[in-house]
Design a protein around this ligand. Structure first.
Ligand code: FAD
Ligand code: SF4
Length: 495
């Protein structure tokens, strides 16, 4: 029997861990009960990456403990499913009503709606869902750049009146550099672990590392470290990959912005403040700001605009089952893939370019089923949540939406990876070759992919150059033959 009654059960999901935002902003500490549910379905070590589980659970438990010591009534429960945990609380406190912020996935929003919850807006983003949808409905094509410029003006960021600071909206032409041959990498923060971390790690049976913080203080420390050590060179080497450094100058902030420990506004404010202090090139500042107020907001907006069934798209009719190399780096000799998969196994994270130009590019040109690939990405990455994975994978990564989001597929051969990394130097394959036993699988499959979809791509004016290149190939038959072998070996895990 409950020892007391509550007016409301305030449900807080594991991606809204912030007492200044979401439902907690509206809590009455005296009369409300804050409920967090750790579901068996989520805490499944067979399914999810151990670092991801550790991060999500330990962050939520630290957060619940902080709320308690701040005087909130908190119930942190473990149950079979989130729904069951909420139902149990509702039957324990039958007079209490259910309250939450809008959820960040269709599934959870529907679950809470069916339980009779009332909602406050989800303010973990900088753009209201409805306002994005109105923008999207007014567009012929959903160009991120157009949305981003509108965000800069609307939020009054890096603008002087209606003109962009530094004279351009986008400095990408100054970025995209590969790393120099000799390069001193700045160190990364090693986060200290506490008793609660150890308890969670023991319970989940995972080994702890210092890579990811599990508290707001740790997340703020990561933000400070990025701004002091990495911000300056963020833009310049944003697309570079390295076999000797796993994060280059990326911020490593996505897990915390996505689970609520950091709010995007405070990240943007801190970056602008650091920029004002001097020493940060505009190309770096603009690139970082674009990721947060542009890409992140755009992706969330598109998730809600494109609808729940968007995830099922398979416009290129890709049916190949997920390749063994995605879960086992020893299943391939491709140096880039082996290295990226090993990094994911260690930290549950790699930066944007390995996600896009190695992992997704391979899934795209090998014709891997988009839904199988999406599921693998969701299970593997520390920062994966439905709203962010679905458009990034289905739209950007594997072009399964037939160009609804991105006008052309991000398909590339080995030349791109060779230019932006040092992976090819230690590889048994040759990025310049497209046929023969030592041909780079990316290069072979790139041309074979264009060939397989030549008819539909020739209707896309943005693919004109690629298709013209394909038509000029004199060895297309050899490429096709090599592609057959490559695909068979990839399926067997012997390439
Ligand atoms: P930085 O490079 O330092 O960028 C700063 C911030 O910008 C990030 O923390 C993130 O909040 C935001 N950002 C940049 N690009 C994107 C984007 N495309 N979508 C959303 N936010 C963005 N990001 C996730 O947070 N979760 C995912 O599950 C995820 N899946 C992805 C899948 C694919 C196929 C691709 C191509 C990208 C995906 N991204 C995802 C976007 C991006 O790769 C990560 O946000 C970034 O690598 C996180 O590292 P960081 O914090 O160091 O980012
Ligand atoms: Fe990857 Fe091809 Fe370079 Fe090998 S040669 S590292 S497979 S891009």
């Amino acid at each position: 029997m409950p020892s007391r009654n509550f007016a409301r059960i305030v449900y807080v999901p594991f991606d809204q861990l912030n007492s200044n935002h979401g439902a907690l902003k509206h809590v009455n500490k005296d009369s409300d009960l804050v409920l967090l549910v750790e579901s068996d379905r989520m805490v499944n070590p067979q399914k999810y990456h151990p670092q991801r589980l550790f991060f999500l659970v330990s962050s939520a438990r630290h957060f619940a403990a902080a709320l308690r010591s701040d005087g909130y009534n908190v119930s942190y429960v473990r149950d079979a499913t989130t729904e069951q945990g909420i139902r149990d609380a509702m039957s324990t406190y039958p007079e209490a009503t259910l309250f939450a912020a809008e959820q960040s996935s269709y599934r959870l929003q529907a679950t809470l709606g069916a339980l009779g919850a009332s909602f406050c807006p989800n303010d973990f983003f900088l753009t209201e869902r409805q306002s994005f949808i109105e923008w999207a409905q007014s567009q012929k094509s959903y160009l991120m750049e157009n949305f981003y410029r509108r965000q800069r003006l609307r939020l009054n960021i890096l603008v002087d009146g209606d003109k962009p600071v530094g004279g351009a909206w986008n400095f990408d032409k100054d970025n995209r550099e590969p790393l120099p041959k000799q390069y001193d990498f700045a160190p990364y923060v090693e986060h200290e672990r506490d008793e609660l971390d150890r308890e969670v790690a023991d319970e989940l049976g995972v080994s702890m590392s210092g890579t990811w913080a599990t508290t707001r203080a740790g997340a703020l420390n990561q933000l400070r470290e990025f701004l002091s050590q990495h911000f300056e060179n963020f833009g310049r080497y944003e697309d570079a990959m390295s076999s000797t450094n796993w994060a280059v100058h990326h911020s490593l902030l996505s897990p915390y912005i996505n689970n609520g420990l950091l709010h995007p506004k405070e990240v943007v404010d801190a970056a602008l403040e650091r920029f004002e202090e001097g020493g940060i090139p505009i190309a770096s500042c603009e690139a970082f700001i674009r990721q947060i107020i542009g890409w992140r907001e755009y992706i969330n907006g598109m998730y809600w605009h494109l609808g729940e069934s968007y995830r099922e798209n398979n416009g290129l009719k890709a049916t190949r089952t997920l390749l063994p190399l995605y879960s086992d780096p020893s299943a391939t000799q491709m140096n880039c893939v082996k290295s990226v998969i090993s990094d994911i196994q260690e930290r549950s994270w790699v930066h944007h370019i390995p996600r896009l130009m190695v992992l997704s590019n391979l899934a795209l040109i090998a014709g891997v089923n988009p839904q199988e690939y999406l599921e693998w990405m969701r299970e593997s990455f520390i920062d994966a949540f439905d709203w962010v994975m679905v458009p990034n994978v289905i739209g950007m990564g594997v072009h399964a939406d037939s160009g609804l989001m991105m006008t052309k597929p991000y398909a590339a051969g080995g030349a791109y990876i060779s230019r932006m990394s040092d992976y090819c130097k230690g590889c048994v394959f040759d990025p310049k070759k497209r046929s023969g036993d030592t041909a780079c699988p990316f290069t072979t499959l790139y041309w074979d992919f264009l060939d397989r979809h030549a008819e539909e791509f020739s209707r896309n004016h943005r693919m004109f150059q690629q298709i013209a290149g394909l038509r000029r190939l004199s060895d297309l038959d050899e490429v096709r033959a090599r592609a057959k072998t490559v695909l068979q070996k990839l399926e067997e895990g012997t390439l």
